[in-house]
Design a protein around this ligand. Sequence first.
Ligand code: FES
Ligand SMILES: [Fe+2]
Length: 466
Amino acid sequence: MLTKTSPTLADGTKITDLVNTATREVQLRALSDPEIYELEMDRIFGRIWNLLGHESEIPNSGDFMVRDMGSDSVLITRDKDGQVHVALNVCPHRGMRISVVDAGNTQVHTCIYHGWAFRPNGAFLGAPVERETMHGKMMSKEQLGLKKARSTLYGGLIFATWNINGPSFDEFLGDTKWYYDMLFNRTDRGMEVLGPPQRFTVRANWKAAGEQSAADGFHTLMLHRWLGEVGNYSKKIEGEVSTGDLSPEMYGVEISSPHGHAMRCIDLARKIKRLTGLDPEKLSVAEKLAALPPVGMSKEMVSQLANHLSEDQLKVMTTMPPQVGGMFPNVLFGFVYLPQADGTVVGSMTMHAYIPKGPDKLEFVNWIFAEKDTPPELREKMLKQTIQLFGTSGMVEQDDSDTWPHMTKSAKGAMGRKSTMKYQAVYETGKPAGWPGPGIVNEGFTKDDTQWHWWLHWRELMTTEA
Ligand code: FES
Ligand SMILES: [Fe+2]
């Protein structure tokens, strides 16, 4: 049951008025205001399903890692039965952190302050000097366990929420699950991380990165123009001259979601044509899969797809697959085809989470994946390409993480904070004929709709109470 409340900021502004639905504008102050940030920790990050990592990061019994869920540190563990647990990394005794390291392996987590001890599943084991019952007699041992979050695995990705009775993870994904399954649930053995995630700090508000991840295709033409001039997309079909103009790549299908998720589905026809010299329209699904296997897969692996995906999903996957987008509120995925100088194509499978660390600071976490069955040689190429383009040293995201701090600074200026961000490029197209997938679907040149839906959901969560 959600209750409408209109929180009001100290200067009398209502949160609901920060997003103007008539003109599709958002007050820039949303990117810097500490009051808004505090409310987000509770109403957004306290409620949504947070991406914390992948189970392949903690493969063995007793493995654990420490991550952040909004403003809280959490302990992610694997117990003796192989179950993954997520618990608040706060000692129920006096509030010391249970784990002060990033990752490790243990069957007993002992607080370094007074020594209260816990199992990987969060159960309280006991306190030192047992005969003195130093945990007291007022509460049972069952009541003294770690505060557990509700967690789930999706394609091995670990998600958790404090909203214990809230929507299920599938409800959270809604219609977009049909598309996400094409990325995360498509092979027999699933995916795994290629090493621990890269992590780095950006002096920016988390929403600057979060709303961009809601499928902002437009900025690519300007901010990442080098991709078309000298980068992976500079090579054109024979006879075409490389102008640096990436706009032909920006036509496709975009999926928006009332839950703020978003994705860009990008046409594969040009790549298939270049690789086979044939007209993609005349190729069957199987022929297209053989010509250009999905990102991260070899030709030998494509037969697995039919075990997991419907015919309609395969049709989309071989014509207009989701390649980049976001999961509300702070996750980006990239399952991107990257043309190589030798005419081949290498895929990149990457996910980012932008962890809020204050109104003007975020931690950028970058996971790089492959399918467990991806052959070593392809895996090596994927890793190299992904590191080169995405994450800490990646050329694409050095561009992005240059803009976010500037936007955050603009949002602090006495005049700048009164500016607005505009999302007024509106789709007027709708679904392409015969499109089999669900959701809010529009075809054509990239527009602002996906990001606008992101803000609408932000507003909805910020103005309702669970
Ligand atoms: S604070 Fe953890 S044992 Fe005292
Ligand atoms: Fe970008």
